[in-house]
Design a protein around this ligand. Structure first.
Ligand code: ADP
Length: 506
């Protein structure tokens, strides 16, 4: 039996019978369906529910952005005082639950900081107070715990917006009720690393002791993600392959040395997909439903997609779908670079995306040049995303890097075979076509260039048209591959326990 005086609050293996499952607060800037710009939002909207199903006391905290409707939510009477620099930000707290679950979601309302029509930056511009905004969120998350009397075993934070939480727990909260709370920082995308002027540090109240190389300092500026990577008890990435990649100079986005140093605390856990939302048997966005045993509904979806995007109503022409944030990472420029040669393969392209204005313009120009062959929808549109996943035959992801990627898993679930650059989570989740055995769940290529994209799409089209029975078998294999959150939740439970062990002796 360990010396009781050394015991701190939190999970203790010997207490298993009393406290079998770590309690967790998710502190995040996104949570589907309330606020989402990408995969981070999907994860925070689904993983807490999977953990709850395992029995964890899990709760989520999110800013109340301007577009979140709080009607019908409970408003806590007392305002929450959040220290911010020399003053305090007074926040209102709204409470609701994640849809279809009893997982509490708390929304932090501060009109001056959060009541905006965007998450991070306005379209085509920059938000100049993001350090204050997300410092407020990070501190509010911890203030909220104390206010609620909910002392979580673990605070699980996500990317740079809440990466300050581990630093706060090691500094301003180092004594007091949250002293033994461990942190897990999940890296969804290492590429997003805003830097802030050092002069802003006083806003966070963490003291200048943490503004150092093994902390928040990065070339004279504040890098919250770097601080989080040094201070979090455990680190995770959203796929095992990405956990390896981020330790290399080529893919470590300037932080590979930190990730190598902390390599023993870094675990790659593949994201799951929310099977209640992405299920071709019950998807309310589709004109017809289907499953692995009966794909006839997919033909109806294909025709509807062609109508939606102004594509020629040709059942015998394969449709290649693309849904992406239009950012350099996603490699859409590679598709545009080989567009003429791609269309010479006699296929249709169905594209949904928003982001880089230059890419948006080029895609719209491609649709104008190839009417009926290239269908483009610019914007963020959940319904169209579901209809592309269901109606397309193939799904193209030429990402230069991809921490996990969700669309390749959604597309497999919908019998739409993915064609992917073999990196990160794409490599972990797609089984390459084996021509000899006729097996696989998609098509991989490497490296990512216009020529390799073209060759891979050509390979897929050939199987689609020349080997329909093999294609059917691949569809069935893809559709029945398990991608649910239950397995990931089990792994996170394990990581939370390791984090608690470590925090106990910290
Ligand atoms: P990332 O997080 O890098 O954007 P992921 O593949 O992990 O990439 O997750 C992207 C998520 O955002 C998926 O759920 C995808 O369907 C969705 N998405 C991306 N762009 C759009 C869009 N324009 N409209 C609707 N959903 C989109």
């Amino acid at each position: 039996m360990k010396d009781a005086s050394r015991r701190t609050r939190g999970y203790h293996p010997e207490d298993r019978a009393v406290s079998p499952l770590p309690s967790v607060l998710f502190a995040a800037s996104e949570c589907a369906p309330f606020a989402k710009s990408g995969g981070l939002g999907d994860v925070v909207g689904a993983l807490p529910i999977a953990l709850r199903e395992r029995g964890h006391d899990v709760r989520v905290v999110l800013p109340r952005y301007g577009f979140i409707d709080t009607r019908g939510m409970r408003r806590h009477e007392a305002p929450l005082g959040v220290p911010l620099g020399a003053s305090e930000a007074w926040c209102a707290v709204y409470e609701t639950t994640l849809p279809g679950s009893d997982v509490p979601l708390y929304l932090i309302e501060h009109d001056a900081l959060f009541a905006r029509p965007y998450l991070y930056d306005p379209v085509g511009g920059w938000s100049h107070d993001n350090f204050a905004r997300f410092t407020c969120l990070s501190r509010a998350s911890l203030q909220l715990c104390k206010y609620l009397g909910f002392i979580p075993d673990v605070v699980h934070v996500h990317d740079w917006p809440t990466a300050l939480v581990p630093v706060l727990l090691n500094t301003v909260e180092a004594s007091g009720p949250l002293a033994a709370t461990a942190t897990v920082l999940t890296v969804h995308n290492l590429a997003y690393q805003p830097h802030f002027a050092a002069a802003e540090l006083d806003l966070a109240g963490v003291g200048w002791g943490v503004f150092q190389e093994q902390g928040l300092a990065d070339q004279g500026a504040i890098n919250p993600l770097k601080g989080g990577l040094w201070h979090a008890t455990m680190l995770t990435t959203v796929s095992p392959r990405y956990a390896d990649e981020v330790r290399t100079p080529a893919m470590g986005a300037g932080l590979d040395h930190v990730l190598r140093y902390r390599g023993a605390d870094l675990v790659g856990i593949l994201n799951g997909i929310d099977e209640r939302v992405w299920d071709p048997r019950a998807d309310p966005h589709l004109p017809a439903r289907f499953d692995a045993a009966d794909l006839s509904g997919k033909t109806v979806c294909k025709r509807a997609l062609q109508d939606d995007l102004g594509l020629a109503p040709e059942p015998l022409t394969p449709i290649v779908g693309i849904i992406a944030r239009l950012a350099e990472q996603k490699g859409i420029d590679l598709v545009l670079a080989c567009l003429d040669r791609l269309l010479a393969l006699d296929l249709q392209l169905a594209v949904l995306g928003a982001g880089d204005p230059a890419l948006e313009r080029e895609l719209l120009a491609a649709a104008a040049t190839y009417p009926g062959r290239v269908g483009v929808r610019i914007g963020f549109d959940e319904r169209v995303a579901h209809r592309i996943e269901a109606g397309a035959d193939m799904f193209l992801m030429p990402s230069r890097f991809e921490p996990c990627g969700l669309n390749q898993m959604y597309s497999q679930r919908y019998g739409t075979l993915p064609i992917v650059h073999a990196v990160g989570g794409l490599d972990d989740t797609v089984e390459d076509f084996d021509p000899a055995r006729g097996t696989g769940t998609g098509f991989k290529f490497h490296p990512a260039t216009a020529d390799t994209v073209l060759a891979a799409v050509d390979r897929a089209c050939e199987v689609w048209s020349e080997r329909p029975l093999v294609w059917r078998a691949m569809q069935r294999r893809a559709m029945t591959t398990p991608f649910g959150w239950d397995r990931a939740a089990e792994r996170y439970d394990e990581v939370y326990r390791w984090a608690l062990e470590r925090r106990r002796w910290w």
